[in-house]
Design a protein around this ligand. Sequence first.
Ligand code: GAR
Length: 202
Amino acid sequence: MLNIVVCVSGGGTNLQAIIDGIKNGTIRNTKISGVISNNAGAYALKRAENERIPAFCISPKSYESRGEFNQAFLAKLKELNPDLIVLAGFLVILPEEMTEIYQNRIINIHPSLIPSFCGTGFYGLKVHEAVLARGVKITGATVHFVDAGTDTGKIISQKAVEVLDGDTPEILQRRVMEQAEWVILPRAIDEIAMAEIAGGKG
Ligand code: GAR
């Protein structure tokens, strides 16, 4: 069984897609052992609580320094002991040690076709605003492993989505979520979980 910890900051629709995927069997051999949010008001925490998944808020605002926050965040991860960490709309810069400790064990969903519209400053609606400003006709989403850079890790999967006349950032964001993010993130987790079985961990 693949134990995953899902890190969130906001609405948690990708978390919901993972919860639903586990329930309906499209994600196999997987258990969410915890959800961590940096934001106490994140609706994602409510989604976790509704499913009785252990949910934790670790906010930088509760700590005197970034270093203290990083230590608290890493300590919680260690306690939850995940096989895989899923960043599902987690808008926090990761502690430096984290990508070393969990090498090839952190994945992220990004709402564009990397290497377009990614890196520092490209997150959430800002990505879709930039896509519309540039006038590209195809966008999409990417699931990738997380390394020490921002959106630079190995790409696991991508799915293209059409940009349509009259799109607003909000309309486009929703289409990218529905047609790409909620499809490829659950599928990537399932594939990693099934690879664990094949690798003998079960
Ligand atoms: C999603 O669109 C996700 O791809 C994006 O934040 C949104 C979170 O929505 N992530 C990033 O921009 C990371 N760079 P959700 O909380 O409803 O899943």
